[in-house]
Design a protein around this ligand. Structure first.
Ligand SMILES: Cc1cc2nc3c(=O)[nH]c(=O)nc-3n(C[C@H](O)[C@H](O)[C@H](O)COP(=O)(O)OP(=O)(O)OC[C@H]3O[C@@H](n4cnc5c(N)ncnc54)[C@H](O)[C@@H]3O)c2cc1C
Length: 659
């Protein structure tokens, strides 16, 4: 038994006949990868000029912004950006189609993706989701055509993640029947706002709504910021955020409001209305629930950002794999030739697990998009489904953007010095995708939301929960539920069964075993989290903030385990959708690599918890090596399977024959 195949000892691997996919198998793979919105993908591939993929870092900032705006105008001329809006206003009610467009733009030009995301996703999305008919009729048509460029002005210099603490105010003046928008000090200026520094004419401003002397929490108000000539409106001060680490085609800016007056109907009043006499009313009684409902209505932004980042990782992998196939280095002993760098195991290790994870995230993104579409077009108010969707969108956004950051850096290094030249695109992809881990919700904060939603049922309980309330709530009620649920599923058995040695006879490629392992990790971490919170909350005079703070690392781990379990489920379902046996076998092997690379990266935890024995942990590492070797001949096929047009790679190193 060769050392490299020692993991065969722990199971039998079904033979995989995927040497080269035939045309039918490849077509089947492409069908499954393109998924439900294959028509949108095909339209974008056909319509989008390949030169949009070329790096523009040589241009100065103003020129980059001009290029991005021009491209956005071209996009506005297509039917694609308007797809996500209501038919009544020229849209197509095709939310999944619009999400797929943003994802495709992630393969091409991230400044354009963000500019489009601000206009049609955030600004347009807020109008649609938080506004009512009068706003839709008046603004949606001009918003869709880009005649009315807008901003989504939520973040302030002082508060980014903690949106509930924003300090801009919108105070109703009953005498004049209008709102007065005010920035109390520099800490409350709107900051980083896309479209603000140059092009935006109006902004959806998030502010504390005050009427009849009472504050009703954060609401959104439409505030014109520039006139027809592009000059700031009276009382509005705008400053450019200046040069950024990337995304310099987007004009981010700061905005101050000095008692700016807007009419009463400027309030986007779907979730909160102010009558002429200043009386406040809302269909959602609890202030905190109202806030989360409003934010939840904006879930599309997170879905599109995660998808675009994952696409940027795919584009980078396509470039790096092509380079790895073309580049040779060091003589191959016993031959005249040199070794192709992708033949080195270390090189395969850099690229192929990331490629496998890209497939996994792509399928998870497809399911998320599909569910988002169904929930938002289904016409039902299924609260539980909406909450689950929000949590999944948050988790997948975090995992996909972290994956993009790590993968693009790995691809840069895999291309050596050439990877550092702008002409090879990777440095721009790296710079532009970096901040995706921060905007549309900081990843660490999002993962805590995921953990929270794993433990709580928002629908019934997200009343006025401050930090202390949350802990008490978790301690008193949810913990019991979680423990009951997990023990009902045999928690004690599971823990007992985790004794070292238990898994020595497993087949690492058995999908059921893989699934069970991911489920076990998730339920084990969640149960542990719940227990720790309960213990902490029971202590006399326990500092409640400290209780939550002490389990933060545990919360992040719970969210990580949860998202990967969902991703694996999505991957398994995609494999089942293959009709062709060869395509199925190849995707199955890619899924194995995704799973085992994830287990390998977390093997310390599996060892600590007795779920992997040292022998099995080593076997996992060898299995990853073997899978990399097995999949190496299929690297180009797998890249082609993602459906990125060759001319979109736009990198010298990705041209055949370059070395
Ligand atoms: C290029 C760019 C474009 C943007 N576009 C827009 C836009 O168009 N509209 C808009 O409204 N906003 C926009 N933003 C703002 C963006 O959404 C915020 O930067 C983001 O929400 C994070 O907020 P923050 O910068 O205040 O960071 P903070 O919230 O201050 O976070 C700083 C650090 O603290 C950590 N942290 C915070 N809270 C916790 C916690 N409870 N537990 C553990 N760690 C924590 C975070 O993980 C992070 O590492 C943009 C930002 C950038 C950079």
């Amino acid at each position: 038994m060769g050392e490299g195949r020692a993991w065969l000892l722990v199971g039998n691997i079904a033979a995989m006949d995927v040497d080269q996919l035939g045309p039918d198998a490849f077509a089947d793979l492409r069908r499954v990868v393109d998924g439900r919105w294959a028509d949108v993908r095909a339209a974008v591939r056909e319509q989008l000029p390949p030169e949009w993929c070329r790096p523009v870092g040589d241009l100065d900032r103003e020129a980059q912004r001009a290029v991005t705006l021009e491209r956005a105008k071209v996009l506005a001329g297509w039917d694609l950006p308007r797809r996500g809006f209501e038919k009544a206003y020229g849209g197509e009610d095709d939310i999944g189609g619009s999400m797929t467009l943003y994802e495709m733009l992630g393969l091409v030009d991230l400044s354009l993706m963000v500019k489009a995301g601000v206009q049609w996703g955030l600004f347009g999305g807020a109008l649609q989701a938080l506004g009512t008919r009068k706003h839709h009729e008046r603004y949606l048509p001009q918003m869709m055509t880009l005649e009315l460029p807008g901003c989504f002005a939520m973040t302030e210099s002082g508060h980014g993640s903690d949106v509930q603490s924003l300090r801009t105010t919108a105070t109703y003046d009953v005498e004049r029947q209008d709102f007065v928008i005010c920035t109390p000090d520099d800490d409350a200026r709107k900051d980083y706002i896309g479209n603000a520094a140059r092009d935006g004419r109006i902004a959806v401003v998030f502010a504390q709504l005050v009427t009849q002397g009472e504050s009703h929490g954060v609401h959104a108000v439409l505030v014109p910021i520039r006139d027809e000539r592009g000059e700031p409106c009276p009382g509005v001060r705008i400053e450019d955020c200046g040069h950024k680490g990337g995304l310099n085609g987007v004009d981010n800016g700061r905005i101050w409001f000095d008692d700016v007056r807007v009419p009463r109907d400027a309030l986007l009043d779907r979730y909160g209305q102010v009558a002429a006499d200043g009386t406040y009313s809302s269909p959602v009684e609890s202030r905190s629930q109202r806030f989360f409902t409003m934010l939840g209505a904006l879930v599309r932004g997170r879905v599109s950002v995660g998808g675009a980042a994952a696409a940027a990782a795919q584009a980078s992998l396509a470039i790096a794999v092509e380079h790895g196939e073309n580049r040779t280095q060091f003589a191959r002993p016993g031959s005249d030739g040199e070794v192709t760098v992708l033949d080195y195991l270390a090189h395969q290790r850099r690229l192929l697990p990331a490629l496998a994870t890209s497939y996994a995230l792509h399928f998870a993104q497809g399911e998320l998009t599909s569910d988002l579409h169904d929930v938002q077009t289904g016409g039902t108010d299924d609260d539980a489904r909406q909450r689950e969707l929000e949590s999944r969108a948050a988790g997948l956004k975090a995992i996909s953007t972290w994956h993009a950051t790590a993968t693009i850096q790995g691809c840069r290094e895999a291309c050596g010095g050439a990877g550092y030249l702008s002409v090879n695109r990777l440095v721009q992809l790296k710079a532009d995708s970096d901040v995706f881990t921060t905007f549309e919700g900081d990843n660490t904060v999002l993962m805590q939301l995921v953990a929270k939603s794993m433990l709580t049922s928002y629908r019934d309980h997200f009343g006025e929960l401050d930090t202390m309330g949350t802990v008490r709530f978790l301690a008193d009620q949810v913990v019991e539920t979680v423990l009951e649920k997990t023990s009902a599923r045999g928690l004690v058995d599971r823990l007992a069964a985790a004794a070292p040695g238990r898994d020595d006879d497993v087949n690492l490629l058995d999908r059921d075993w893989q699934r069970e392992l991911f489920e076990w990790r998730e339920s084990h971490v969640v149960a542990g989290l719940a227990r720790r919170l309960r213990r902490a909350a029971k202590g006399d005079g326990a500092d409640m903030f400290e209780a939550v703070n002490r389990v933060q690392a545990h919360s992040l781990r719970a969210a990580h385990a949860h998202v990967h379990r969902l991703v694996l489920e999505a991957f398994s379902a995609a494999i089942d959708r293959c009709d062709d046996e060869d395509a199925k076998a190849l995707l199955g092997r890619v899924c194995d690599l995704y799973v085992l690379a994830e287990v390998e990266s977390d093997r310390g935890w599996f060892l600590e918890h007795g779920r992997l024995t040292p022998a099995l942990a080593k076997a996992v590492g060898r299995a990853v090596d073997d899978l990399c070797r097995d999949l190496r001949p299929h690297a180009r096929t797998l890249v082609a399977g993602l459906g990125i047009p060759k001319e979109w790679l736009a990198a010298e190193v990705a041209k055949a024959g370059s070395s």
